[in-house]
Design a protein around this ligand. Structure first.
Ligand code: ZN
Length: 62
């Protein structure tokens, strides 16, 4: 009997997701467009303008 059997974590599904990405190359700021209500947000870290990108990100179930 295995008292400590750990189930393998299910792989998190990923999907291509629209994000805003900071235009400042020295800044790693980005955010999901789903979480942004602005059509032209500024970076929360350095307040640069942001550009649209797609990234493979884990799917969030709302
Ligand atoms: Zn930034």
């Amino acid at each position: 009997m295995a008292f400590f059997s750990r189930q393998a974590a299910e792989p998190v599904p990923e999907a291509e997701t629209n994000v805003w990405s900071c235009d400042n190359e020295e800044c790693a700021g980005w955010m999901r467009q789903d979480f942004s209500f602005s059509s032209a947000p500024e970076c929360p870290l350095c307040h640069s303008s942001m550009r649209q990108e797609t990234r493979m990100l884990p799917v969030i179930h709302m």
